[in-house]
Each structure stands twice: as C-alpha cells, then as structure tokens.
Design a protein around this ligand. Structure first.
Ligand SMILES: Cc1cc2nc3c(=O)[nH]c(=O)nc-3n(C[C@H](O)[C@H](O)[C@H](O)COP(=O)(O)OP(=O)(O)OC[C@H]3O[C@@H](n4cnc5c(N)ncnc54)[C@H](O)[C@@H]3O)c2cc1C
Ligand SMILES: *[C@@H]1O[C@H](CO)[C@@H](O)[C@H](O)[C@H]1NC(C)=O
Ligand SMILES: *[C@@H]1O[C@H](CO)[C@@H](O)[C@H](O)[C@H]1NC(C)=O
Ligand SMILES: *[C@@H]1O[C@H](CO)[C@@H](O)[C@H](O)[C@H]1NC(C)=O
Length: 511
C-alpha cells in the first residue's frame, strides 16, 4: 500500500529525470563520429548499448551487432504444449527504470505488445528444510506478519529497511546516467552511488554483513538463504550487494514483458538501426596491417558464420558477453600489454519446466486440496536436488496461470544438475511433459572479488564485469548505457564526464 505509492512516486520521479536528461544530450562540440562500431552479443547488455550508442553518436555511424545464438541471450523462452515460458531472466523490479523505459519507448513500434505482471510473485511461498515446511505464507496478510514476528522477531521488517535503504541509494545511478555521466570501472560506479559503504558491499559476504547487523542464524538460514538460492543458486556466501538485489526479487509488483523479455532486445536492436550479424566472434585484434582508407581503424574482429571465417575493421568495439573460454571464447591478439585471460567462473544451472501434478505430501502432510503453495524454496541443509520449484504463467498470459486442469500446472525448477526421470517422478504424482535448458547462468560469487575492467584497451570496452557486482537484466542495461556514454566521452575527450567526484551533491543543486 504505502510501498506501492512510494514505488509509483519513485518511478515518476525517475522518468522525469530521464526526460530532463535527454534535453541536454548535445553539450560539448563533438568531433566527427566514428565510422564503425562492433558489439559482441545481442543480449540485453549488447542491445541496450547499441540503442544508446545510436543516441549518442547519431545516425551516420555503422553499428554491427554479432550474435552466434539467439537475440536475447540469457533472456529466452521454452515451449510447453504450445505456450512460451521464461527460461532465463524472468522477473523485473518496478524500480528497474531502464527496462521500464525500453518497454515504454519501444511499445509504439509494435514490436512490443505491452506488459504483464508476473503472477508467480502473488502466489504463496513455502520454505522447505528437507523434513517440513519451516515457513508457510498465508493468504491473510496479518497472519503472515504474526508468523514472521513470532518466529523471527522484527528481523523481517529490519531486513526490508536494509534493502530499501540500499535501493534508495541505488536509484542515484539513473540521475547520473540521465545527465550523461560515465564510469570507467564498476567500483567507481558503485562508489558514486553510495561511497565506501557501497563498495564494501562487494567485499563482504551477505552473511558477514547481516550478522554484523545483528540478524540471527535462524533468520539467515530459513528466510535469506532460500531466497539467495532461488535467485542466484548460492547461499548467503555471495556478496552483500547481489544479496540485496536478490532480496528485491521478493518485493511485490514484479513484472515481465508480454511476449517474453527477449522482445526488448529485438526492439532495441531495431530501434538502434544496427546491423545484426549472425556469427561467432573468434578474436579481436589490435590492427597492425595497413588499411586502405583513413583514418585507420583500431581493431579487427574475426568471426565465423557457418564454416566461413570473415573479418572486419572497427573504430570501437564493445564486448557484451561474459569473457571466458566456456562462454564467449574470444581471443585477444596483438595487444601490448596483453589483455588478461578471463577465467571468472559462471554457475551451471538447469531450468526445467514440467507440466504435472505435484506430489504435495513430499512437503506437507496436509491434503493436496489444502496445500495451496505455488512456490517452494529450500534451505541449505534440505539436501534437495532442486534449488526451487514454482508455478509459472506463460509469457502471453496477462491474468496469471490458468486454473489447473486435474491438478496439473506448469512448474519451473532450477537445479544444479539435469534432473533424472526418477527425480521428476519423485516430485510429481504424474506429469505430461518436461523440457529443460542448461545455462552458465551467473557468476559464482566469491567475495572479496574484483570486478573485471570496463576499459580493456583505448576503445575496447567490456560490459559484463558488472555481473560480479550483481547479475540481472537491469544491471546489464546500466552497463550498456554506461559503456555507450564512456565510449562517446572518450572518443570526444570529455574527461569531465567520466568518474566525477561528488556527483550526487553536484546534481542535487542542478535540479
Ligand atoms: C536461469 C536464469 C534466471 C534469471 N532470472 C533473472 C530474473 O528473474 N531477473 C533478472 O533481472 N535477471 C535474471 N537473470 C539474469 C539475466 O538473465 C542476465 O543478467 C542478463 O540477461 C544478462 O544479459 P547480457 O546481455 O549481459 O548477457 P547475455 O544475455 O548472456 O548475452 C550475451 C550474448 O552474447 C552472445 N555471444 C557470446 N559469445 C559470443 C561470440 N563469441 N560471438 C557472438 N556472440 C556471442 C551469446 O550468445 C549471448 O546471446 C537470470 C539468468 C538466468 C540464467
Ligand atoms: C575492497 O577490497 C579491495 C581488494 O579486494 C580493496 O582494494 C578495497 O580497498 C576494498 N574496499 C573497501 C571499501 O573496503
Ligand atoms: C575456443 O575457440 C577455439 C578456436 O578459436 C577452439 O579451438 C576451442 O575448442 C574453443 N573452446 C571452447 C570451450 O569452445
Ligand atoms: C508422494 O510422496 C510421498 C512422500 O515422499 C510418498 O510417500 C508417496 O509415495 C508419493 N506418492 C506417489 C504417488 O508417488
């Protein structure tokens, strides 16, 4: 209630700022724009950078976006009996202003049909410890409050305030970006948002941070760890910032894009008037060979389409895919000093969609007609082979999951390994259909951990280091915008727009 109003005011305020920001796009006298820019990866990071690069550099620059699989990357759907369901990034927070803005701005182009709320966030949640449900949400708000206070004192309220405070500061990034300010590293971006305290969130585990703040072991194990597990496949050993991001996914009013979140990526690609190249980038090389035409381009991108190998020259290159051998597998050549090998580990995670009737007696002795939970989270010591289990609605369903036919629902599970038939049969009394998608999903968080650099070379930028602060759609969009601004300001020598101190104070008076 109060929360909803606050959210609404916050969003209107944010959008207002974005609009104001657009008014002053052309400040300094820019030099001639670059001729060609390459972006590797057509996920939300790559496509949002294409969108902002076009806004900054204007209509003449040629933007090539390389994608070796599908547009959307980790935003993808799976089909169950003719309906599409989100298999990767699925929920968006009401204060994710970039995602919100994309949908709003792209909607008229008819690529995007509109929004739909994510009904899963409205369903009742239970937490299972391997023997019984240690927490079970009720449809009565007041009962939930009593249960929470009874079991954990006022810790859930304090937790809520802890997250709110961090989120409140986080909103500053939108103001900085709408005024065109860029950051040359993730740490500097985090510092601009909330000073040393904010940078320190990356250096501490969530557990350390919350224990210091006086949260109890029981609360951490029963309430916080299960939320970390469903959102980031890890326990409270991840960094405190991604922990806070993960907690916001427990807020209300979460939403998703009708037709699938990935349509935002195709929309951005189209709006940016970029050229999509379906191919796999193998290497990025600092050019040594003499080129015809002036001025010479700095980088050569070598890529494969089918079995053919091609290459092309670019003034600026953005890498918008995780840099490691198992994922993007890009080699950097002729750089002096050499560009470091990235070996940051990403977690293996499997999404499985199952249409079936849950064996609810596995979790509760209650009769199945009275079970009523639509999401089950698990504690660390539950010894379960899944990280979570929840009823999901298809991407084109505005009203939420359809009523169950014979107790059948489409359930989504995340697990570390591929589920065996036996495991699925253990969870379900019966099932019609199962489909899965394995991912290298998000970083394995191991604080203290340095975020990979954004500037790899003069005009070579890397977006996905931001995932080591937190991996989600909005963070990739922020990284995409930041990289576009950084590339633009560095091209034009606008040093005064990069890594500025005291931005918050400076912009306070400018409003
Ligand atoms: C199971 C799961 C659930 C998630 N849930 C949520 C959620 O609810 N909410 C949320 O906000 N976030 C969620 N996330 C995280 C979110 O999906 C990601 O943070 C975000 O989509 C990352 O976008 P990106 O553009 O940075 O990277 P990606 O989407 O990975 O895009 C990189 C692209 O680059 C391409 N590529 C890689 N190498 C090359 C190459 N050499 N040549 C050409 N192309 C290449 C890839 O094919 C890919 O399409 C989830 C992720 C997963 C896996
Ligand atoms: C965080 O840790 C890094 C080293 O991992 C250190 O350089 C930095 O000063 C730390 N920052 C804060 C704010 O504690
Ligand atoms: C990475 O690319 C090289 C060729 O560029 C190839 O030989 C190797 O098998 C690839 N590695 C993976 C894990 O795909
Ligand atoms: C459902 O799970 C319970 C508890 O594990 C088990 O005893 C029962 O046999 C299962 N029912 C079916 C039909 O598999």
């Amino acid at each position: 209630m109060g929360r909803f109003a606050a959210t609404l005011v916050g969003s209107l305020f944010g959008l207002g700022l974005l609009l104001c920001g657009l008014g002053r796009l052309a400040s300094a006298e820019p030099r001639a724009p670059p001729e060609k820019i390459a972006i590797v990866g057509a996920g939300i990071g790559g496509t949002s950078s294409a969108y902002y690069l076009r806004k900054k550099f204007g209509k003449d620059v040629k933007i090539d976006v390389f994608e070796r699989e599908e547009i959307g990357g980790r935003l993808a759907t799976l089909k169950v009996q003719g309906h599409d369901y989100e298999a990767g990034g699925s929920v968006i927070h009401p204060l994710n202003l970039h995602m919100k803005r994309f949908v709003k701005e792209l909607a008229p182009s008819s690529v995007l049909a509109g929004l739909s709320s994510v009904p899963a966030s409205g369903g009742l949640v239970g937490v299972y410890n391997g023997k019984s449900l240690v927490f079970e949400e009720s449809s009565w708000f007041i009962i939930n409050v009593i249960k929470l206070v009874w079991r954990y004192g006022f810790q859930s309220l304090r937790m809520h305030m802890w997250v709110e405070d961090l989120l409140d500061k986080f909103m500053r990034i939108y103001r900085y970006q709408s005024h065109d300010y860029a950051f040359s590293s993730v740490e500097k971006l985090m510092y601009a948002i909330g000073g040393d305290d904010y940078v320190r969130l990356l250096n501490q585990t969530l557990r350390e941070n919350l224990k210091k703040a006086g949260f109890s072991e029981t609360f951490l194990n029963e309430m916080i760890a299960p939320v970390m597990k469903v959102n980031f496949g890890q326990s409270t050993d991840l960094n405190a910032f991604v922990g806070a991001v993960s907690m916001t996914a427990a807020d209300s009013n979460l939403w998703a894009v009708e037709g699938g979140n990935k349509v935002v990526c195709s929309g951005l690609l189209q709006a940016s008037n970029s050229n999509l190249i379906s191919g796999s980038v193998m290497s990025i090389e600092k050019t040594r060979t003499k080129q015809t035409g002036t001025p010479p381009k700095m980088y050569e991108v070598v890529y494969k389409t089918g079995s053919e190998i091609h290459s092309d020259f670019y003034d600026i290159v953005l890498v918008a895919a995780p840099l490691n051998r198992k994922m993007s597998n890009i080699t950097f050549r002729n750089f002096d000093p050499p560009i470091e090998e990235f070996n940051d580990p990403y977690q293996q995670l499997v999404t499985t969609l199952i249409k079936g009737e849950l064996n609810s007696t596995l979790f509760s002795s209650r009769h199945k007609d009275q079970f009523g939970l639509s999401a089950i989270l698990v504690t660390d010591d539950s010894d379960m082979f899944i990280n979570s289990l929840s009823i999901v609605a298809s991407v084109s369903h505005k009203e939420g999951p359809p009523p169950a036919v014979d107790g059948m629902h489409v359930w989504k599970t995340f697990s570390k390994d591929i589920l065996t038939k036996e495991q699925i049969s253990k969870l379900f009394l019966s099932y019609d259909y199962a489909v899965r998608k394995p991912w290298l999903s998000y970083p394995y968080y191991n604080p203290p951990q340095k975020c990979p650099s954004i500037i790899l070379h003069d005009r070579l930028y890397y977006l996905n280091g931001i995932e080591f602060a937190a991996s989600c759609m909005e963070m990739s969009a922020i990284a995409g915008y930041n990289a576009a601004l950084l590339a633009y300001h560095r091209w034009n020598g606008n040093e005064d727009m990069i890594d500025q101190d005291d931005l918050y104070e400076k912009l306070k008076t400018e409003l």
